[in-house]
Design a protein around this ligand. Structure first.
Ligand code: AMP
Length: 397
């Protein structure tokens, strides 16, 4: 291996003298799900202490953190106490209110910065930011009433997709409009809230770029990850994605430019649609580690979570190189538990299968409970490995 990390851009080493938060310090995390859990695992491995803050208890993150605080994000006194007790703050969940981040920011550093959170936690703001800066997005209209929705449907045509402006993920708060007569029901379906109508993209595939940027301007990415969804929820991700060199370099360049423009510090994910002409359209930005990046946790020299720890603490980024030519990841949703305890030994007899569970006790349908990964030489083979291992988990009688 060379001296420079794979897929990375390093700035002048003379700049590597900014504030470093040393191992032994405490990292505060807003949010307490699986992303925070894997972040905490990496942080603790590197000797950091982790303090998580969310409204819940016995959470996936709390189970591995040093301290778990249960509090409302808008309880700003509690947020202040939390921020005073840690050395730096990051988040694993972008829907933390801006006032929470602002309050925390008075007492310690917060990475990534509150303004990127503000832009990306609202679809409308995100799309306006992207389109006004010349990034490719689906055609969209702002919708605040049934009249505006009717106008938007006639402008964008059918099918189109109505999405809540705020607080949506995994297809939640979305409704497909197949004909103008669906408008009323669609608006009611998303709770009559402020919304965005998006033109339907007849995409060929979906891909993402997971990347990281440090406070010294280093940038590193994991290449293009190909994603397949089921019922709007990520199902399987794999690398390398079957895309052309042009598509690969455009996607990674968009990620680099965005990270730079946001003055981003941490791990970032850009999700794209790829059209049949291999043109890219940005679907969403996640200002945090991302589900598609779980395939870096183990198979890559530095996982997306370790990159987040490094960036948050002012350390140099690590190598994003994968140690195998191909890697696949399959999500395990609560549905896998529907017929009883999954048959772990059936899935794991193949030694290439690695599994991760998030410590959640209630396997509700569609709830992300864990994932499995496999690494090897051939992408088709590893995708089949994870799909078949997941099938074997489910009792048949
Ligand atoms: P989202 O929660 O916005 O990421 O949407 C979840 C999934 O719905 C995406 O990964 C796509 O599979 C599908 N989807 C969302 N927006 C569109 C669109 N404008 N056109 C076609 N499919 C979409």
């Amino acid at each position: 291996m060379g001296t420079e990390p794979f897929n990375s851009f390093l700035v002048n080493r003379d700049n590597l003298s900014m504030k470093v938060i040393h191992p032994g310090s405490t990292i505060g995390v807003f949010g307490s799900g699986q992303l925070g859990r894997m972040f905490a695992i990496e942080a603790r491995k590197m000797g950091y202490r982790v303090h998580t803050f969310s409204p819940d208890t016995d959470t996936p993150t709390g189970q591995v953190a040093d301290v778990e605080t249960s509090g409302d994000y808008v309880d700003l006194e509690k947020v202040e106490t939390f921020a005073k007790s840690v050395d730096v703050v990051t988040f694993e969940f972008e829907n933390v209110p801006s006032s929470t981040i602002e309050t925390a920011g008075k007492f310690c550093e917060v990475h990534p910065n509150g303004s990127v959170l503000h832009t990306t936690q609202n679809r409308l703001r995100e799309k306006q930011f992207l389109s006004s800066n010349g990034y490719p997005v689906a055609p969209f209209r702002h919708v605040r009433s049934i009249e505006e929705l009717r106008d938007a449907v006639s402008e964008l045509g059918c099918p189109s997709i109505l999405k809540t402006a705020g607080f949506g993920y995994d297809g939640k708060g979305q409704s497909k409009i197949n004909s103008p007569s669906d408008a009323e029901e669609a608006l009611a379906g998303i709770g009559d809230s402020e919304a965005v109508l998006e033109g339907f993209i007849d995409f060929e595939k979906e891909v993402s770029v997971v990347c990281a940027r440090s406070n010294k301007g280093e940038f590193a990415h994991y290449g293009v990850i190909e994603n397949s969804h089921l019922d709007h929820i990520l199902d399987v991700s794999f690398v390398p994605a079957a895309v052309s060199e042009r598509c690969y370099s455009e996607a990674t360049e968009i990620a680099r430019t965005l990270a730079e423009q946001f003055n981003y510090v941490g791990t970032l994910c850009i999700e794209f649609f790829v059209t049949s002409d291999e043109d890219l359209i940005i679907n969403e930005i996640a200002p945090r580690p991302h589900n598609s990046g779980h395939l870096t946790f183990g198979p890559a020299i530095t996982s997306q979570f370790e990159q987040q720890v490094r960036a948050t603490c002012g350390l140099p980024l690590g190598s994003t190189e994968f140690t195998s030519a191909a890697v696949a990841m399959a999500n395990l949703l609560g549905d896998v538990w529907a017929s009883g305890e999954p048959l772990w030994t059936e899935a794991l007899f193949d030694q290439r299968i690695k599994f991760h569970l998030y410590g959640k006790t209630n396997p509700r349908p569609k709830r992300k409970m864990g994932h499995i990964t496999a690494a090897g030489n051939d992408v088709k083979e590893v995708v089949e490995l994870v799909r078949n291992a997941r099938k074997r988990l489910i009792p048949t009688t």
